[in-house]
Ligand binder design. Structure first.
Ligand code: ZN
Length: 169
């Protein structure tokens, strides 16, 4: 009888989590922007890095865009992709910037999130795969979609209308 006969390391139970388990199925498009962890750390502030690259959450009512009503386009803080517009921003009083729709289909992607004992849908930037926040549905806010994209301010950068070189009506 040998304690080495059946190694506890023999099974694969402690292996790394496959991407498919995180919701990124084989059909998920590859993000256009791919950077190493070190590159992201250099480009982002510690708070930005924590939220965008580690799926952190800023404390409610602390973000710079919680009560912002200025017209403009919200870009991804990490890669500059245009993600949301002020047109779809609404006052949810939940403590984070809230939108009822993204700027366009395909600008964000969705990942099933079961952390913290909750069933949630994580929202990421489709262009660089950075964490933005979560989307909730059916809360009765009375918006056209009845969805709430609950997004961290630190994941966004507001480009006021007329300031970013974009054509404005
Ligand atoms: Zn991005």
């Amino acid at each position: 009888m040998s304690i080495f006969g059946k190694s506890v390391f023999g099974n694969k139970a402690t292996g790394s989590i496959p991407a498919s388990a995180l919701g990124a199925g084989p059909d998920a498009p590859e993000p256009a922007v791919r950077k190493s962890d070190d590159e992201w750390r250099q480009e982002l502030t510690p708070e930005e890095y924590h939220v965008l690259r580690q799926a952190g959450t800023e404390r409610p009512y602390t973000g710079e865009y919680v009560d912002t009503h200025e017209e403009g386009v919200y870009q991804c803080r990490a890669c500059g992709a245009e993600l949301f517009r002020s047109n779809e921003k609404f006052d949810s009083h939940c403590g984070w910037p809230s939108f009822w729709a993204p700027l366009a289909d395909g600008t964000v992607r969705y990942i099933h999130d079961r952390t913290l004992g909750m069933e949630r849908v994580e929202v990421r930037c489709a262009n660089c795969d950075s964490h933005l926040g979560h989307v909730f549905a059916g809360e009765g806010y009375g918006t056209p979609t009845d969805q709430r994209y609950c997004i961290n301010s630190v994941s966004l950068k507001l480009v006021p209308r007329g300031a970013g070189g974009h054509e404005s009506a």
